[in-house]
Design a binder for this molecule. Structure first.
Ligand code: AMP
Length: 396
C-alpha cells in the first residue's frame, strides 16, 4: 500500500510518497511559490537523480498535477499509475473543538475545516485547497485529514480555558488548542514503548523543540496539557516567536511605535524569540556560534530558551503529580546535545542524571539519562509524515 502525504501552505506544497509495506519513502518533494511568479518543483525520488522543474503554478491544483506527473515520470517516477496510491493523508492545522482524531474527508469534514478558517487563517484555507485539488486530480481515492490540534483535544477544561469572560469562549471558541499534535502523539507513544512503561500507567513529557517549539504532558497516552494555545504563539521561546508574555506588552509596543495590533502580533510571531533577543538568527546553530564567541545577547537568548523549557517541564511534572519519562524531539531536541544537557541541569530535583556519552548522539533514538536517573530521558526523532501516513492507512 502506498500513501501520499501532503502538507499545503498558502504558497507551497510538500509531499512524500510512502510505501507502507516497509515504511520507505519512495519520493518526496516540494512545490514552491504557488500563485507567485517563479514557481518551482523539486522532486527527490529515492535512489534516482533529483528533478528540478521551473514551471508556472497558478494554483494548488496545477501543483498537484505536476507532483502526480513527477511521480509517474518515465525517468524520475516511482509509480506507473496514480491508482497505485491507496490514499492521501493531509496535514491540516486546525479542527477547533470538533475532532480529536484523524478522519476520512467528506463534505462535513470540509465544512469543519472551513469553519476553522478564523482559527488558522494562514493554514486552514491552504489545507482545504490541497484536499480539493487532490479530490479533483484523483477522484475515488480517499483523502484523510490529520489535524495538528487533534491530539490535544483530551485536555481537561482547567487546562484549556483562558481566564477571560466566558462569553468569548462561547461566542468565538477562544480557548487553548495546542499544535504539533501529530508529533506529540507519535513521540509520546514511542516513548512509552522504548521506556517500557505501562501504557495505562504512564506520565510522559514531550519537548518538541524545532524552529517552532511546544511541550506536552501526556498521561496514559492522552494529552492533559500543552504549551501552545489558541495559536502557536503561546508557550516556549521559539526561533522567531516570543512565546508567553504579558498581553499588555502588545498595547505598549503598539502605542510607542504607532502600530496596530496585527502588526505587533506579526512582530511577536516573526521577529521575536531567539531571533529577537539575539538579533542574529532564528537558527540555534548560528546563535550558539555567536554565544561561543562571547556574544552577550546570543547567550541570553539560549539561556532564556533553556530556562523556559525547564520551567514548563517543572509545571507539567506538577500537573501530572510526577513524570516517568521526558523526551526531546524535532530539530533542536534531536540534534542539540548542549541544549538537552542544559535543560537537564535544571532537573536534579526530579532525580534526573545524564549519560554524557549517550547524550552526544545526534538524530537517533537514544536514552540520554544515566542508569541511576529516577526519570528516563530520551531523544527520539519525530516523523510527522510517517505518522500522517500511518494514521491514513489505519483509517482506510
Ligand atoms: P525543525 O523546525 O524541527 O526543522 O528544527 C529546525 C531547527 O533545528 C533549526 O532552526 C536549527 O536551529 C535546529 N537544528 C537543526 N539541526 C541542528 C543541529 N545539528 N544542532 C543544533 N540545532 C540544530
Amino acid at each position: 500500500m502506498k500513501i501520499l502525504v501532503i502538507n499545503c501552505g498558502s504558497s507551497s506544497l510538500k509531499y512524500q510518497l510512502i510505501d507502507m509495506e516497509n515504511e520507505n519513502v519512495l519520493a518526496k518533494g516540494l512545490c514552491e511559490r504557488i500563485g507567485i511568479e517563479g514557481s518551482k518543483l523539486t522532486h527527490k525520488p529515492a535512489g534516482k537523480d533529483v528533478l528540478e522543474k521551473a514551471e508556472a503554478m497558478p494554483d494548488h491544483q496545477v501543483a498537484v498535477k505536476l507532483v502526480l506527473d513527477a511521480l509517474q515520470d518515465a525517468t524520475y517516477g516511482v509509480i506507473s499509475n496514480v491508482n497505485e496510491i491507496s490514499a492521501i493523508g493531509h496535514r491540516v492545522l486546525h479542527a477547533g473543538k470538533y475532532y480529536s482524531d484523524s478522519i476520512i474527508v467528506n463534505e462535513d469534514v470540509k465544512r469543519v475545516i472551513r469553519e476553522c478558517f478564523d482559527l488558522g487563517p494562514l493554514h486552514n484555507p491552504a489545507n482545504l485547497i490541497g484536499i480539493e485539488a487532490c479530490e479533483a486530480a484523483m477522484p475515488g481515492i480517499p483523502n484523510v485529514a490529520v489535524f495538528d490540534t487533534a491530539f490535544h483535544q483530551t485536555m481537561p477544561e482547567k487546562a484549556y480555558m483562558y481566564a477571560i469572560p466566558y462569553e468569548y469562549y462561547e461566542k468565538y471558541s477562544i480557548r487553548r488548542y495546542g499544535f504539533h499534535g501529530t508529533s506529540h502523539r507519535f513521540v509520546s507513544k514511542r516513548t512509552i514503548e522504548v521506556a517500557k512503561l505501562d501504557p495505562n500507567n504512564s506520565k510522559v513529557i514531550v519537548c518538541h523543540l524545532g524552529n517552532g517549539g511546544s511541550i506536552s504532558a501526556v498521561v496514559n497516552g492522552k494529552c492533559v496539557d500543552t504549551s501552545m494555545g489558541l495559536t502557536p504563539l503561546e508557550g516556549l521561546i521559539m526561533g522567531t516567536r516570543s512565546g508567553d508574555l504579558d498581553p499588555a506588552v502588545v498595547q505598549y509596543i503598539a502605542n510607542k511605535e504607532g502600530k496596530d495590533v496585527n502588526e505587533v502580533i506579526n512582530i511577536l510571531n516573526k521577529k521575536s524569540g531567539i531571533l529577537g533577543i539575539s538579533g542574529i538568527s532564528s537558527d540555534f546553530r548560528d546563535v550558539q556560534k555567536a554565544q561561543k564567541e562571547g556574544n552577550h545577547r546570543a547567550n541570553v537568548a539560549i539561556d532564556a530558551f533553556v530556562y523556559r523549557v525547564a520551567k514548563y517541564i517543572g509545571a507539567y511534572a506538577a500537573a501530572m503529580n510526577g513524570v516517568d519519562a521526558i523526551t526531546f524531539t524535532a530539530g533542536v531536541g534531536e540534534n542539540d546535545a548542549a541544549i538537552r544537557k542544559e535543560v537537564c541541569s535544571y532537573l536534579g530535583y526530579l532525580g534526573v542524571t545524564v549519560n554524557e556519552e549517550a547524550n552526544k548522539i545526534r538524530g537517533e533514538e537514544v536514552e540520554i539519562s544515566a542508569a541511576d536517573s529516577k526519570v528516563k530521558v530520551f531523544a527520539i526523532p519525530t516523523n510527522e509524515e510517517l505518522a500522517i501516513a500511518r494514521e491514513t492507512r489505519d483509517l482506510i
